[in-house]
Design a protein around this ligand. Sequence first.
Ligand SMILES: NC(=O)c1ccc[n+]([C@@H]2O[C@H](COP(=O)([O-])OP(=O)(O)OC[C@H]3O[C@@H](n4cnc5c(N)ncnc54)[C@H](O)[C@@H]3O)[C@@H](O)[C@H]2O)c1
Length: 100
Amino acid sequence: MKVLITGGCGFLGSNLAASYLKEGAQVVVVDALFRKGSAANLAWLESQAAKGRFHFIQADLADAEAVLAVFRRHAPFDYICHVGGQAGLTESPFIPFPQG
Ligand SMILES: NC(=O)c1ccc[n+]([C@@H]2O[C@H](COP(=O)([O-])OP(=O)(O)OC[C@H]3O[C@@H](n4cnc5c(N)ncnc54)[C@H](O)[C@@H]3O)[C@@H](O)[C@H]2O)c1
């Protein structure tokens, strides 16, 4: 079984990835490491994975070429879990949030 997880270094994604790795799946994670703590989650996942069963690609999902490159290199997938994204608007570096 081969699974692609976007945001695989976040809260939901890293737990999903660890669970699939435990089941013996091959796991491909795409994450920009935007979130504080996601690099630590990546290190944790790498420590869980058997050699050759975990692939990490640091890329922004808004970068269509980078996402296409992931599919060219790693597809087909049995499952795609899309949990990459901003969990809270207030933390977005792109949206000016009204103060006060
Ligand atoms: N945690 C929950 O209970 C919950 C509930 C409902 C919905 N959601 C949604 O599910 C998604 C994941 O939630 P989470 O709690 O795991 O958040 P999280 O912040 O822990 O993880 C999100 C991951 O996505 C990555 N990311 C963000 N923008 C990216 C981009 N443009 N390209 C590549 N990677 C990117 C971050 O680096 C991070 O590792 C969010 O969209 C959130 O709104 C979460």
